[in-house]
Write a protein that binds this ligand. Structure first.
Ligand code: PLP
Length: 434
């Protein structure tokens, strides 16, 4: 933990551990001897670096127009790409995914490619739904149009290859697809490493060089950074190396098998209760919904029973369905049956409640008009409930989720900034004494 990964000349173990980890990750994702990469703090950093490298490659190689470089993502793409476009001053194009498969259509991406396009993105799989975008078709388009293609395998990188070894039929999504120029894969997800661990891979050094930052003009030490960070702990790097070597291929296959079995049990159980699964789950994520009950209430009730379901409130404005989201890991081996039992009870009780007071539905919320005063009191109420967690705070989430679903996303984003700005207020001495 106390060694500094900033300086590989002082701590040569950084180079050894990092190059080992990148080699293992590259071999898992069908890289070859031209593949290079780096260890980063997480998926967001890996994706942001991929965008930054593509932007600078595009500029340096005069790939196209001299306009503002652009990045094209599917609507299910991770917000880290939106953050990258924001931070690196690029134009962002979001392509809606197919309403049934929840995958982006390659031809829809193709139509939006222009001379300023620096990068197109596909997910393997997408976080909200757990399906893999058509990477092979995107790869063909990338080659034809001369743009870079990044595959976001943050959550799939360390599990899909093992699913394949276990006999799952999966589409090609890695460097075996010729047009793929970079891939991100998170060790702190299915690598089962501690948090702060991800890998960004590139097909070649010609692309990766645009990720690097060097400085020899200040009066201090000459600086060479591989990632966004400078001084950083070597701890997550060493822990990742240890985890990879400890588990080995055999260990990851065993863990992945547990995930597969749990996923199938979960899907059967959910369908048995009348839930609709969104898309056809190809990885370790299952998103589900139903029309006859308020799923936000289900999530709150489940939370009171000790089950945490991630709510995806979606947006009426953007026509996104609301769903509940589960990421399955090997730790869920024995929890699917009791989970389905609890969900059955909760579903029935929310259903009965709904029949009694039908008109207290989601639509009530949309009638709230947002004047600044109301917004301020809303911010105060939400900030308060978030910073003083208690047994009851769960039940308030239904209303909050309904608000998020109903309000325009831009307003939600503004509201969130205000709330976070409030919540992160230094502890005052009088509060601490209490
Ligand atoms: C987790 C994830 C990321 C990055 O998330 P971090 O929280 O920064 O590690 C990016 N894309 C996908 C698909 C993910 O699941």
């Amino acid at each position: 933990m106390n060694k500094n990964a900033l300086d590989f000349t002082v701590f040569p173990s950084v180079l050894m551990l990092e190059n080992d980890i990148v080699a293992m990750t590259a071999s898992l994702l069908n890289g070859n001897n031209t593949t290079v990469g780096n260890f980063t703090s997480g998926g967001t950093e890996s994706n942001m670096l991929a965008v930054k490298s593509a932007r600078d490659y595009h500029r340096a190689n005069k790939c196209g127009g001299s306009g503002r470089p652009e990045v094209i993502i599917p609507s299910t793409g991770h917000p880290s790409f939106i953050k990258a476009a924001d931070f690196f001053d690029m134009t962002l194009t979001v392509v809606p995914v197919d309403k049934k498969t929840f995958k982006v259509k390659a031809e829809d991406v193709e139509r939006r490619i222009n001379e300023n396009t620096a990068l197109i993105v596909g997910s393997a799989p997408s976080y909200p739904i757990g399906v893999i975008d058509p990477i092979e078709s995107l790869g063909e388009i990338a080659i034809e149009k001369g743009v870079r293609l990044h595959v976001d395998a943050c959550i799939g990188g360390f599990i899909l290859p093992f699913f394949r070894l276990l006999g799952e039929k999966l589409p090609e999504f890695d460097f075996s697809v010729r047009g793929v120029t970079s891939i991100s894969a998170d060790l702190h997800k299915y690598g089962y490493a501690p948090k702060g661990a991800s890998v960004i891979l590139y097909r070649s050094k010609e692309l990766r060089i645009h990720q690097l930052f060097t400085n020899a003009s200040w009066p201090g030490y000459p600086m060479a950074n591989t990632t966004l960070q400078s001084t950083r702990s070597e701890g997550p790097l060493a822990a990742s190396w240890a985890t990879l070597n400890y588990l080995g291929k055999k260990g990851y296959i065993e863990l992945s098998k547990k995930v597969l079995i749990a996923r199938e049990k979960l899907i059967r159980g959910l369908e048995g209760l009348g839930y609709e699964i969104l898309g056809k789950p190809e990885a370790s994520i299952v998103a589900f919904r139903r029309g006859d009950v308020n799923i936000f209430q289900i999530a709150d009730l489940m939370k009171s029973k000790g089950w945490y379901l991630q709510v995806q409130p979606g947006s009426e404005e953007l026509n996104n369905v609301a769903s509940l989201h589960m990421t399955i890991t090997a730790a869920h081996e024995y929890s699917i049956e009791p989970f389905i039992e609890s969900l059955k009870t909760c579903t029935e009780s929310v259903r009965n409640k709904n029949i009694q007071n039908r008109d207290k539905s989601i639509n009530d919320v949309s009638r709230i008009s947002f004047n600044p005063e109301e917004l301020n009191s809303l911010v105060a109420a939400i900030s308060h409930s978030l910073s003083t967690p208690d047994e009851d705070s769960g039940s308030q989430m239904t209303l909050i989720n309904q608000l998020i679903r109903t309000m325009p996303s831009e307003l939600v984003e503004k509201l969130f900034k205000t709330i976070v700005n409030e919540v992160f207020t230094p502890t005052r001495k009088d509060e601490k004494d209490n």
